[in-house]
Ligand binder design. Sequence first.
Ligand code: UD1
Length: 384
Amino acid sequence: MKIISVVGARPNFMKIAPFMRAIEKHNAGSGPKVEHLLVHTGQHYDYQMSQKFFDDLNIPPPDIHLGVGSGTHAEQVGNTMIAFEKVMLEERPDWVVVVGDVNATLACSVTAKKQHARCCHIEAGLRSRDWTMPEEINRLVTDRLSDLLLTPDTLSIENLRQEGVEEEKIGFVGNIMIDTLEEQRARAAALKIDEIVRQNLLVNGSTLPKIEEEKYAVMTLHRPSNVDYEEIFTALVYFLTGEVASDMPLFWPLHPRSQKRLKEFRLWDRVMEHPNLVLMQPIGYHDMLRLNMSARLLLTDSGGLQEECTILGTPCLTLRWNTERPITLYEHGGASVLVGNNVKRVQEEYRKALQRKRNPVRPELWDGHTAERCLEAILKASER
Ligand code: UD1
């Protein structure tokens, strides 16, 4: 059997690493082998956004790199489809495995189906019901086309049932990202926070505030809905500099999109000059995990970080109005509270979150063995 797995952007890498290891383990056994090729579409290409994750998570270099790069959504999806179709014609895999909800996920699932390969979606069934999010479109199309939909939680199974997906196509496997978290936890725990910060400063030589465990906040922000609108981004930056960073050191690894916008909206000097707000380059997997482990609070619009906060128990303010990951929410037992991007609401929830204690929880099957279940499900579905 031949499988092609696809990665394109930063959040894909920690999901594919355990899947590739599960294949390796399977192939070390006595049964029929699985032939595997890794395709990188090249949506993320900076060292810090891509190669660093291959190095840190020990992912072998991609067998095929499509070199698609940046562009509008249509450009990224279109160019990926054109390049991936050639791969499909050449390699003729039995299965294409896509993860998550990025443009690579959509482009390669569509191309796979048009070439009559079977498609497996890992992280199927998540729904924000917000069709203005590009990721929601990617999730809907990919799930509609996939032959095997592997879900991280039972709420996602319900979403798929409601959409009429046949029961035999759905598999409940747990959260594959948590496989990576559990595998890397000890290595991350050994890192020193002040060294992580020092080594990743955006501007070398900046003076650092005093860093103490459980007495700092971490922020990541990259969604167009937060950073592409001057009025919204400006209000958020004023809240961060005026309030959060005056309470405690705030570490902010900057996504390339947000860095561009800070400069464009003339917010750069304000964030650079604040003594307690520390701007960092995008940081590696272990560095982020370590910062998260001892943070007083996370502020983020990332889906993956919401999940990691749930397992680690870090109080998390999610700067979005909706989430495709309700299982991470406080009301479902998780660590995250949706605060949108209205500063009044963010302020209110920020005060409440400071009262909360670290409270780790583990949703069903977020046990570090999801990748093995994914491969088993594919092998079983191949017999059908
Ligand atoms: C993509 C995903 C999003 C995911 C995020 C994680 C889609 C639709 N979105 O959004 O779901 O949460 O990745 O980071 O697939 N850029 C660089 N260097 C890079 C990559 C990008 O400078 O290595 C720049 C691009 O030129 C662009 C901006 O960053 O201006 C955004 O990159 P893009 O790949 O379009 O989407 P993300 O916002 O990263």
